[in-house]
Design a protein around this ligand. Structure first.
Ligand code: VAH
Length: 317
């Protein structure tokens, strides 16, 4: 019987990954933890506890008490916020990962570990169109540096200690259940909230800033496919490229206008423009498709409809 620990279960990915994992493994077998209160769907569907991933003692007691067999570590400081507090972000992003990798080394009941990397591992010298799995990676953001280092640590613990740790280079993730959390791609979440709340949005990126994105349900399915694949299928122990869809603020605004004709967008680029300009415009995820069957189902039109309906429902508009 799998016993799964989700760390960071109150965040954008964690909120939806927890409920998806509970559908697969059973509500009582997926333990949601975070420092922040959970989304109601997480709270109402199974166990939740406050847990600090940096509190080693509590972590090991939790893992042994619940006979945890898989850990999904989702706690991280995202790109925009990381630039404001570089050393704090580095410490959180790296110490949390190393705690979990060490735990998996010591507690052999832990069979698999998931850790989210990001397209932020790529930098301004990386080819930006259809960025390949293996290429030049010189990230110049705190978040990207921590994700690149994290990928190397994951591979190190796999080779040296046989830890079955797996990772995806998530693009920008789009969902409506939780509000945006300080990322550079989060304009693509904020825009839907503001379109419903005020009918206008001031975008912090230029109108033609293309970034790789993915609707949350595709990201969750890719994560579950990766983690359920046989170990022999996993040839990449850093992070697998996952591509999704690429669009610009102007394009997403045009999609929204098909539903809200009077919607207006203005552009006021801030420090996150430089981050976005250092990232790929689109991703080649053919290696993921070859190894474990990564697929993108939700395209920009359907995503727009789901997001507008989801935010409306949330604000009952
Ligand atoms: C961020 N949403 O913007 C995250 C993501 C690819 C970017 O990792 O920081």
């Amino acid at each position: 019987m799998e016993k799964i620990l989700v760390i960071g279960a109150s965040g954008q990915i964690g909120s939806e990954l927890t409920t998806a994992l509970r559908k697969v493994y059973g509500n009582e077998n997926v333990f949601a933890t975070d420092l922040k209160p959970p989304h109601k769907d997480v709270l109402e569907s199974g166990p939740f506890e406050v847990l600090d991933v940096l509190d080693n003692k509590r972590l090991i007691h939790f893992v042994i008490r619940h006979k945890i067999t898989q850990i999904y570590l989702l706690a991280a400081v995202l790109s925009g916020n990381a630039e404001k507090l570089p050393i704090h972000a580095w410490n959180i992003n790296m110490e949390s990962l190393l705690n979990i990798l060490d735990l998996a080394k010591e507690v052999r009941d832990i069979k698999r570990v998931f850790w989210p990397s990001s397209i932020a591992v790529f930098g301004p010298t990386t080819p930006r169109e259809l960025t390949p799995q293996l290429t030049v990676m010189e990230p110049n953001t705190v978040y990207g540096i921590s994700k690149l280092a994290g990928e190397r640590w994951c591979e190190y613990y796999h080779i040296k200690y046989g830890i079955d740790v797996r990772s995806l280079r998530y693009p920008g993730l789009i969902s409506y259940k939780t509000e945006a959390g300080g990322g550079t791609t989060d304009y693509a979440v904020e825009i839907f909230y503001d379109a419903i709340k005020t009918g206008t949005y001031e975008c912090f990126l230029k109108q033609d800033t293309y970034l790789p994105m993915m609707f949350m349900s595709d990201a969750i399915q890719a994560t579950i496919n990766l983690m359920q694949a046989d170990s022999s299928q996993i040839n990449i122990r850093g992070g697998y490229n996952v591509g999704g869809i690429s669009f610009s603020p102007r394009e997403i605004a045009e999609q929204i206008k098909k539903h809200i004709p009077n919607f207006e967008i203005t552009y006021k680029p801030d420090f996150r423009q430089k981050i976005a300009d250092s990232w790929p415009k689109s991703i080649d995820d053919s290696v993921s498709y070859r190894d474990w069957g990564c697929k993108t189902n939700i395209l920009i039109e359907e995503m727009t409809e789901i997001m507008l309906n989801g935010v409306r429902e949330k604000f009952k508009k």
